[in-house]
Design a protein around this ligand. Structure first.
Ligand code: PLP
Length: 394
């Protein structure tokens, strides 16, 4: 009987405490004192994770819904926007904005390369008439395992005046996300990754500058309307309850209880410790994979702390590798996207994760390469050893 190990980059395995929180009895969302206190803490603790004073909104949806809501609330048909694309999720952001009638201009970098901030800088400098309304970017491009340099980008976009909308779906909660320092106007994440919850809940930060755009935007919206959500869950307006617009939409009560528990756990560990743990696990994963001859898509200096994307030897398909890991080690890793569909696997290490979790993946990969005679026999055990060294030593 093999213990199951879910090593996809979300949904990710859940700690027992979170599973228990998911079993909490329903409450009346309007008026229950425990729930009101829970919401208050969720908002305050999420602000710590996002490093922001901005308002926090919660929506019942997965990450893609969060991306769509950011467009529906700030972009009007015909608006010019820049979308940074260096992987699947950047491409998705461009499609969503295009479907809302925006004039899309892509700033493209190759899959496996980090975003080239200088290109965005140049394009914004050319925009003398300030026609570009927003810059859309993915913080952690989960399809390639690249952590894009949002810190450098933020200042540039703020100087121009466009909105900066950042998808932090696979980064927030697992690595630093400094919404205020980086001038992030809308930051988006979802529950099923670094936040260690089941899928289905968005957490979104909205700056004052973004609220002004929300008022002006002409895209139709009801469910996604940030103005309704503002009174619904944010409760950070400082208004007395009697003046809040009320709760028009039923909140995902169970997911909110799980998020409350997850944020409590992250605070208990200390956010800096959480981020350091992710960095060490990712470093170990990369070192182990390289030691047994596997190639990594991301250059070391932009490698993601939450997902490692591995290029397999030519004669080995991604599906063969995933099937072997599943059947022989009961480890589930993810497929490559689009141009990486054939011989790439993606290993998730985010949220409830530490060294033993990736040791299992590396042991499985070693066994696979060993049995298929795709590595020298003497390398058996060496990937695991290299991972241990990388984890414990700098
Ligand atoms: N953005 C990023 C960076 C992601 O990694 C994902 C999912 O993996 C999404 C958006 C889409 O999220 P969802 O599948 O929850 O809709």
């Amino acid at each position: 009987m093999l213990k199951k190990s879910l090593r996809t980059p979300g949904p990710a395995e859940l700690p027992l405490e979170i599973l228990q929180a998911a079993g909490t009895q329903m409450v009346a969302p309007r008026g229950d004192e425990v729930f009101a206190q829970t919401l208050k803490e969720v908002v305050a603790w999420a602000q710590e994770v996002f490093e922001t004073k901005n308002e926090i909104l919660l929506f019942s949806a997965t990450g893609t819904g969060g991306m769509e809501s950011s467009i529906a609330n700030t972009i009007s048909p015909g608006d010019k926007i820049l979308v940074c694309v260096n992987g699947e999720f950047g491409a998705r952001f461009a499609i969503i904005a295009g479907n809302f009638g925006a004039q899309i201009e892509k700033i493209e970098d190759a899959w496996g390369e980090p975003l080239d901030v200088a290109k965005v800088q140049k394009r914004l400098a050319e925009d003398k008439g300030r026609e570009i309304k927003a810059v859309l970017v993915i913080h952690n491009e989960t399809s390639t395992g690249i952590l894009n340099p949002i810190d450098d980008l933020g200042e540039i976009v703020a100087k121009h005046g466009a909105l900066l909308i950042v998808d932090g779906v696979s980064s927030i909660g697992s690595t630093e996300f400094r919404a205020d320092r980086w001038h992030v106007d809308i930051g988006i994440t979802a529950s099923q990754k670094g936040l260690m919850c089941p899928p289905g809940l968005n957490v979104i930060s909205v700056s004052e500058k973004a609220w002004k755009a929300v008022e002006k935007a002409k895209s139709p919206r009801y469910y996604w309307d940030y103005r309704l959500a503002r009174g619904l869950l944010g409760k950070t307006l400082g208004l007395p309850d009697s003046q809040l617009p009320g709760i028009p939409i039923t909140p995902s009560i169970s997911l909110i209880f799980t998020l409350h528990k997850a944020l409590e756990m992250l605070r208990r560990e200390g956010l800096d410790n959480v981020y350091e743990r992710h960095r060490r696990v990712a470093r170990a994963m990369r070192a182990g994979a390289k030691e047994i001859g596997l190639k990594l898509i991301a250059p070391e200096s932009f490698a993601s702390p939450t997902v490692t994307v591995i290029s397999l030897p030519e004669s080995l398909s991604g599906d063969e590798a995933r099937n072997f890991l599943h059947q022989r080690f009961n480890v589930d890793v993810a497929r490559g996207h689009k141009k990486f569909a054939n011989n790439v696997i993606r290993v998730g290490h985010l949220g409830y994760v530490d060294l033993p979790d990736i040791i299992t993946v590396l042991a499985g990969l070693e066994a696979l390469l060993y049995e298929m005679e795709l590595m020298p026999k003497t390398l058996l055990g060496k990937g695991v050893a290299a991972a241990q060294v990388a984890y414990f030593h700098e």
